[in-house]
Design a protein around this ligand. Structure first.
Ligand code: GDP
Ligand code: IMO
Ligand code: MG
Length: 442
């Protein structure tokens, strides 16, 4: 049995919280794309963990796999593992030998290209983690894979091909100085040592084989998507997207090495934030701006909407329902979890963007180009607001204790998405998530 957790909006929907909730029944938790651009929060008994690479199952002592579809920065990975160990956890992380390595020059290039793009407003507001440049090298067949770090001769050969190119790019195209991040000898020394550490600690695997064998034995696999469908490289608001496929199809199967039938026979659960938040750039039709700015400030403060990775204040908007319909179709959701219902409590008004007014007609899903999306005006639908209540008590009592107007909102979302609600988040803690259906038990 497998369960795939996917962000259905723009990232930061609360995926970490659901991976933690359902991770209890899993044997292995697998990240299948992205890298340390992710920031997944798990809160258990008031204790908060912010994870960027270590799969969120670590809090429940589950084996974590970074699949071949991930891009791995070993510096971040080791730092994160060490920090978690200091906090009393013992993360068991296996890294796919086919996963690509984020090298120091990738981070530098990420910053340089964002800066260059900013003049024409094409910068995505990246996390600066070198994600795009690393995936670029992967597709350009000049990347360095985790398996390459295990053989110093192969590593040297790869570095000697790619690093001079990067140096030329920085110096000749961008007219900047290439620093120590572009020094083959220094890189070789550091990354050969990374290979030794990975090997000594038994951390590298062939992720497809590893997962296949466990699945055959009847173990439960939980795939932990990072980012969200609307920042998917194929299905998102290009070019304001990340460089991987958070969606279940191209993401979970290809990025972990199990077949699409394995993922498809399992559950695919879309994680929905009850409103929108966005840490990067680009259009956002339902954004609360102008007269609505005080409302956005209120939601931002109450929901703690500041980037987990970068600390940037997130932009806020009403729930965008065409975006959710798009995500439900692209991922084939079998269920959804709706988070942050508590954050919308006590407002004077609750609205959603039900459809878009676009070039004189009404459309119910996202147009293909971002320029078209920018022209979309939300067709708003208003809901009766629900009051502030003691959410901890509501979580203890269960779904029926959720204020009626909030349940009407949830029913509407479920109907529009065409998938049942498996869980409702009314606070960040594990104990503040109301479970209606455990996807491992369907
Ligand atoms: P992820 O990247 O999808 O895992 O989400 P993040 O961790 O980046 O952002 C979600 C934030 O909301 C975190 O601070 C969570 O602790 C918090 N959170 C998750 N679910 C809920 C919820 O239902 N209500 C509230 N108030 N906060 C939540
Ligand atoms: P989690 O997994 C929200 C956004 C960045 C930027 C764009 C490209 O925590 O939901 P990148 O560094 O990936 O090249 O940036 O994608 N972005 C995220 N936004 N949550 C994330 O991850 C994100 N990861 C990347 O802000 O707009
Ligand atoms: Mg996040």
């Amino acid at each position: 049995m497998t369960v795939t957790i996917v962000g259905s909006q723009l990232g930061d929907e609360g995926k970490g919280a659901l991976v933690d909730l359902w991770g209890g029944a899993a044997d292995v938790v697998v990240r299948y794309q992205g890298g340390d651009n992710a920031g997944h929060t798990v809160v258990e008994g008031g204790e908060e963990y912010k994870l960027s690479l270590v799969p969120s199952g670590a809090v429940r002592d589950k084996i974590g796999v970074l699949g071949n579809g991930c891009v791995v920065n070993p510096r971040t990975l080791f730092d994160e593992i060490d920090t978690l160990r200091e906090r009393g956890l013992d993360p068991d992380v296996r890294v796919a030998e086919r996963a690509h390595v984020i090298m120091p020059y990738h981070r530098v290039l990420d910053g340089i290209e964002e800066e260059a793009k900013s003049d024409s407003d094409l910068d995505a507001g990246t996390t600066g983690r070198g994600i795009g440049p690393t995936y670029e090298d992967k597709v350009g067949r000049r990347g360095i894979r985790v398996g390459d770090l295990l053989d110093p001769d192969v590593l040297r050969e790869r570095l000697e091909y790619v690093v001079p190119q990067k140096r030329t790019l920085v110096e000749e195209v961008f007219g900047l100085d290439a620093g120590e991040e572009f020094d083959v000898d220094a890189l070789h020394e550091e990354y050969a040592a990374v290979g030794t550490r990975l090997e000594t600690e038994g951390m590298t695997v062939d992720s497809g084989t590893f997962l296949h064998e466990r699945h055959e034995r009847g173990e439960q696999l939980l795939f932990e998507g990072a980012q969200g469908t609307s920042i998917d490289i194929d299905h998102g608001i290009y070019p304001y997207v990340t460089s991987s496929n958070p969606t279940a199809g191209g993401g979970a199967a290809v990025g972990s090495g199990v077949g699409p039938t394995v993922v498809g026979r399992g559950e695919v659960v879309g994680i929905v934030k009850a409103y929108l938040s966005r840490v990067g750039t680009g259009p956002l039709p339902t954004e609360l701006v102008g007269d609505d700015e005080p409302l956005a400030d209120h939601i931002r403060e109450k929901g703690g909407e500041f980037g987990t990775v970068t600390g940037r204040p997130r932009r806020i908007g009403w729930l965008d329902v065409p975006m959710l319909r798009h995500a439900a179709r692209a991922n084939g959701f079998t269920g959804i979890a709706v988070n942050h219902l508590d954050v919308l409590a006590g407002l004077d008004e609750v609205k959603v963007g039900h459809a878009y007014a676009f070039d004189g007609r009404e459309i119910e899903t996202m147009p293909t180009t971002t320029e078209q999306w920018e022209r979309c005006e939300p067709v708003l639908k208003e809901f009766e607001p629900w009051p502030e209540v003691d959410w901890t008590a509501v979580a203890e009592e269960g779904y029926g204790a959720i204020p009626e107007n909030a349940r009407t909102y949830l029913d509407y979302v479920s109907t529009e998405v065409g998938a049942p609600i498996y869980a409702v988040g009314v606070g960040p803690d594990r104990a503040e998530t109301i479970e209606l259906q455990d996807p491992f038990e369907t």
